[in-house]
Every structure is written in structure tokens, then in C-alpha cells.
Write a protein that binds this ligand. Structure first.
Ligand code: SF4
Length: 144
């Protein structure tokens, strides 16, 4: 348990020391990955359900696959084939790695989202940890 959590409620994260953010379990992550993680938690931990999300008005919807569709690149056929082959090789290499540390080595956000969707892991904070500041029941699926 982190000391002083009630004092952090309402604080601008930019004014909170990095060490304190880390003590709360937060790490620096690319924002597209954060959005993807939020979407996985939103639909109950299923990556397939994120793809099928029907809430087109949600601000995260265009970014839910972890990519920014507004940053499209015009590629030639050869460039597209080269990138496709490279992505396939990377994916194959990832699949040959053990589950922990696969690929970029960081599945912690996705794992946390799935644990949250399952009702929290062993280390998940509970209402007893943060009285009055933590929801007593998980959010309904698809209503984030
Ligand atoms: S409703 Fe929004 S946050 Fe939830 S999965 Fe769909 S796009 Fe993501």
C-alpha cells in the first residue's frame, strides 16, 4: 500500500514525482499501448472483442488496435512487402520466446488489463486499501 493515496486524488499527475507514480504501479508507456490496454479491460479482457467493439463514438475507437490510423504512410508495393515480411519474422520470433518477456519484453500492461477484467490479481488494490476512493464493484463491461 502506498502512503498518502487520498492526497493524490485530484492531483495533476505532472506534479507527482516519478518515484511516487512508480510506487503506485505506473510505468512510462506509449499512449497507443495505454489505449489498447484500456480497451482490452473495457471489454472484459478479450482482444477479439476489442476488434469487434461497436461503440464508434468512443474517442478511443480509432486507436483501439494500438495503431494511429491518421498516420498512414503511402508505401510502394515493394516497401509494403518488405514490411510485411519483417513483421512476419518479428511475430515468428516473438512466438518462439517464452511468454514472459516476449517481443518488446513488456506485456505488463496487457496482463494487468486482463487481470483487472478477471476481477483483479493477488496484488490488485481493494476497497479496503483505498477506503472511499476505490469503486466497490468492477465497472460493467463495455461501459467505460
Ligand atoms: S468502448 Fe471505447 S474504450 Fe471500450 S473497447 Fe470500445 S473503443 Fe475501447
Amino acid at each position: 500500500m502506498v502512503e498518502g493515496i487520498p492526497l493524490l486524488i485530484g492531483r495533476d499527475p505532472r506534479t507527482i514525482p516519478i518515484e511516487q507514480l512508480k510506487a503506485l504501479g505506473h510505468e512510462k508507456h506509449p499512449l497507443l499501448r495505454v489505449i489498447r490496454t484500456n480497451c482490452v479491460a473495457c471489454v472484459g479482457g478479450s482482444e477479439a472483442e476489442v476488434r469487434r467493439c461497436r461503440l464508434l463514438h468512443c474517442p478511443f475507437w480509432p486507436y483501439r488496435m494500438g495503431r494511429n490510423p491518421f498516420h498512414r504512410q503511402e508505401l510502394t508495393g515493394a516497401e509494403r512487402r518488405e514490411r510485411s515480411a519483417r513483421a512476419r519474422a518479428n511475430r515468428t520470433a516473438q512466438l518462439r520466446q517464452p511468454r514472459q518477456g516476449r517481443g518488446t519484453g513488456d506485456n505488463s500492461l496487457l496482463d494487468a488489463a486482463k487481470a483487472l477484467a478477471r476481477g483483479g490479481g493477488a496484488d490488485a488494490p481493494t476497497a479496503a486499501d483505498w477506503p472511499g476512493n476505490y469503486p466497490s464493484a468492477p465497472m460493467p463491461v463495455g461501459e467505460c
